[in-house]
Write a protein of this length. Sequence first.
Length: 125
Amino acid sequence: MNVVDSCGWLEYLADGPNAAFFEPALTDEDQLLVPAITLFEVAWVLVRQRGPAAAETALGFMARGRVVDPDLAASLRAARSAVQHQLAMADALIWQAATDHAAVLWTQDAGLAAVPGVHYQRRPG
């Protein structure tokens, strides 16, 4: 199973320099989990940068994977993980979703680079 964080989705959708890094995870839809918070984060950026139509198109593409929401127990685990690994809220929820589903988390977010179960690619430049 694979989880791609918000910056990975945005990189792929913009055909950025690391788009090819994320492509294997994003095109294997049967193995793709999409934490609900990534839907919000990607839509939030795209609404601001390209408008609501671009956000709607992106969310349709993202929904090809299996969208997962945290329950109470997962939220508590994410909070503990945020403290343990010094993660921001969204990063903790995304990482916890990957961990709970035995998935690899794909990212170019340096804040997640040293966390277990992460496939990290450094941002160019």
